[in-house]
Design a protein around this ligand. Sequence first.
Ligand SMILES: *[C@@H]1O[C@H](CO)[C@@H](O)[C@H](O)[C@H]1NC(C)=O
Ligand SMILES: *[C@@H]1O[C@H](CO)[C@@H](O)[C@H](O)[C@H]1NC(C)=O
Ligand SMILES: *[C@@H]1O[C@H](CO)[C@@H](O)[C@H](O)[C@H]1NC(C)=O
Ligand SMILES: *[C@@H]1O[C@H](CO)[C@@H](O)[C@H](O)[C@H]1NC(C)=O
Ligand SMILES: *[C@@H]1O[C@H](CO)[C@@H](O)[C@H](O)[C@H]1NC(C)=O
Ligand SMILES: *[C@@H]1O[C@H](CO)[C@@H](O)[C@H](O)[C@H]1NC(C)=O
Ligand SMILES: *[C@@H]1O[C@H](CO)[C@@H](O)[C@H](O)[C@H]1NC(C)=O
Ligand SMILES: *[C@@H]1O[C@H](CO)[C@@H](O)[C@H](O)[C@H]1NC(C)=O
Ligand SMILES: *[C@@H]1O[C@H](CO)[C@@H](O)[C@H](O)[C@H]1NC(C)=O
Ligand SMILES: *[C@@H]1O[C@H](CO)[C@@H](O)[C@H](O)[C@H]1NC(C)=O
Ligand SMILES: *[C@@H]1O[C@H](CO)[C@@H](O)[C@H](O)[C@H]1NC(C)=O
Ligand SMILES: *[C@@H]1O[C@H](CO)[C@@H](O)[C@H](O)[C@H]1NC(C)=O
Length: 396
Amino acid sequence: MVNTTTTAGLIGAVLLVRHGDRTGYYQDPTTYNSTQAYITPLGEQQEFELGTFLRNTYLNTDSPSFIQNISTDVVNVDQLTVRADAGGGNVILNSAYALLQGLYPSTKKSEITLANGTTVVPPLGGYQYVPGKSGRVTLFPSLTSWMDCEYFQYHLARIYASSTFLNMSTTAAPFLTALKPYLGSVSNNFTNMWNIYDHVNVQYTYNKTYYEILPPTFLQQARYYSDWLQHNVFTDSVQNGIGQIPIRTLLPEVIWALGNMTKTSNQVRLNIQEIDYKPFISLFNVTNATLTDPEIAGTVNYASVVALELSQNSQGQHEVSMKFKNGTEDSQFRQLKMFGNTSITLDSFIHQLFWTTINSTNNWCFSCNQTINRGCSVFNFSNDPFLYGYGTGYTG
Ligand SMILES: *[C@@H]1O[C@H](CO)[C@@H](O)[C@H](O)[C@H]1NC(C)=O
Ligand SMILES: *[C@@H]1O[C@H](CO)[C@@H](O)[C@H](O)[C@H]1NC(C)=O
Ligand SMILES: *[C@@H]1O[C@H](CO)[C@@H](O)[C@H](O)[C@H]1NC(C)=O
Ligand SMILES: *[C@@H]1O[C@H](CO)[C@@H](O)[C@H](O)[C@H]1NC(C)=O
Ligand SMILES: *[C@@H]1O[C@H](CO)[C@@H](O)[C@H](O)[C@H]1NC(C)=O
Ligand SMILES: *[C@@H]1O[C@H](CO)[C@@H](O)[C@H](O)[C@H]1NC(C)=O
Ligand SMILES: *[C@@H]1O[C@H](CO)[C@@H](O)[C@H](O)[C@H]1NC(C)=O
Ligand SMILES: *[C@@H]1O[C@H](CO)[C@@H](O)[C@H](O)[C@H]1NC(C)=O
Ligand SMILES: *[C@@H]1O[C@H](CO)[C@@H](O)[C@H](O)[C@H]1NC(C)=O
Ligand SMILES: *[C@@H]1O[C@H](CO)[C@@H](O)[C@H](O)[C@H]1NC(C)=O
Ligand SMILES: *[C@@H]1O[C@H](CO)[C@@H](O)[C@H](O)[C@H]1NC(C)=O
Ligand SMILES: *[C@@H]1O[C@H](CO)[C@@H](O)[C@H](O)[C@H]1NC(C)=O
C-alpha cells in the first residue's frame, strides 16, 4: 500500500446509488426479468435526504471530502454526469431526480439576466434542471445486463440445483409454511424468495391490517433468506463469473469516469449512477470488501450509496477509496476496504478489475450467448468462442 496522505480535497467521485422505496416489483425467478415499479413519496424523501447528505459531504467547503472546484450552489451541468438504470419502470430515473433536488436544491442564485435586462428565476423558486441519461437509451447493455442473458439463466438453474440451495431451502421450509397465509397469491417456493420478501416488505410498509397482523420477526426472517439467495445469485466463485454480471458491465463506466477525472481537461466532478440493488452485491464480492466486512454481503437498503472517491497522494499518484452508506438509517459513510486496503492506486484498481469487465455490446452478446436481442443480431457469431460454452463452465 502506498502513502495515503492526500492533498486537500477530492478530485472527484463516482457514486453508485440505489433507488428509493417503491411499489411492488416482481422478478421472474428463472430469468430475473422484472415488471414495472413506481417510486413512492417515501422513496422520494429517502433520495432527497441522500442528496442532502451528499451535498454536505462533497459540496461543503468545510467538509474533509469537499470536491475541489465543484460548484456549490448553482449547478454547473458540465461537472455532473447522471445516468439511471431504466429497468423496472420509472423508479430509478425518478430517484435520480429526487436525489439531485437534495444535492442542488432550488436557489434564487440560479436566475439569469436576459439581454434586455430582465432577470428570470427558474420555476419553483429556482429549481435546478440537471440532464440525466437513461440506461436503455444507449445500446450497450451496461445496466440491467442480467436480463436476456442466457448464461445468467443457466447460472440460476445451477444455483437452484445446488446442494447449498437445497439445504437452505430445507432450513427455510418451516418458515415459508408459516408465512404462507401472509403471501396472498405469491408462491412460497424458495426460488421465489426475492418476491416473497418484496411482497412482505411492501405490504408491511403500506397495508395497516398487514402491519398489525404480521408476526414479529417474519419481515426480518424473509429478508434474511432473500439476502442469502440474492448473494448467491449476484456473486460467483470467480471475479469474472456470470453471476457478477451486474458489476462487470457497470465497472467500465466507473473506470472510464475515474480515468477521465485524472485528466487536466476534465470538468466532471461527480458521476452518479442510479441503479438497483444487484451491482452492490457483486461489487462487494469482486473487490473482496466482504472479506473484511462480512456483514455487507446482504442486500443494501433503499437509497444506499457507494462512493468511489478519487484523490491524489503526496507522490502525485491517483488513489481510489470506497465508502458505503446503507440507506437512510446510516447517518454516515463507513470506510470499506478493497483487497484489504482503505485506499488503492487507480492503476491497481484498474489492474485488479478491468480484466473482469464486459465493456461493449459485442462482448456482452458473446458473454451471454445472446444472438438476437439488445443489439446482438448485428454480430457474426460463427467464430464465437462462447457459443458452445467454451470457457464458461456451461458446456454440454
Ligand atoms: C424479458 O423481457 C423482455 C421484455 O421486457 C423480453 O423481450 C424478453 O424476451 C424477456 N426474456 C425472457 C427470458 O423472458
Ligand atoms: C482548481 O482550480 C484552480 C484554479 O483555477 C486550479 O489551479 C486547480 O488545478 C483546480 N483543481 C482541479 C482539481 O481541477
Ligand atoms: C425582455 O425579454 C423577455 C423575454 O423575451 C420578455 O418577457 C420581457 O417582457 C422583456 N422585457 C422588456 C423590458 O422588454
Ligand atoms: C446444510 O445446513 C446445515 C445447517 O442447517 C449445515 O450444518 C450443513 O453444513 C449444510 N450443508 C451444506 C452442504 O451446505
Ligand atoms: C419451484 O420453482 C422452480 C422454478 O422456479 C420449479 O422448478 C420447481 O419445480 C418449484 N418447486 C415446487 C415444489 O413447486
Ligand atoms: C392488506 O392485508 C390484508 C391481510 O393480509 C389483506 O387481506 C388485504 O387484502 C391487504 N390489502 C391490500 C390492499 O393489499
Ligand atoms: C464471493 O461469492 C462467492 C459465492 O458466490 C463466495 O464463495 C466467495 O467467498 C465470495 N468472495 C468474497 C470475497 O466474499
Ligand atoms: C470520458 O471522456 C470522454 C471524452 O470527453 C467522453 O466521451 C466519455 O463519455 C467520458 N466517459 C465517462 C464515463 O465519463
Ligand atoms: C443494510 O441494513 C440492513 C438492516 O437495515 C441489513 O439487513 C442489510 O444486511 C444491510 N446491507 C448491507 C449491504 O450492509
Ligand atoms: C480476494 O480474496 C480471495 C479469497 O476469497 C483471495 O484468494 C484473493 O487473493 C484476494 N484478492 C486480493 C487481491 O486480495
Ligand atoms: C474493452 O475490453 C477489451 C478486452 O476485453 C479491451 O481490449 C478493450 O480495450 C476495452 N475497450 C475499452 C474502450 O476500454
Ligand atoms: C448458444 O446459442 C446458440 C444459438 O442460439 C445455441 O445453438 C447454442 O446451443 C447456445 N450455447 C449454449 C452453450 O447453450
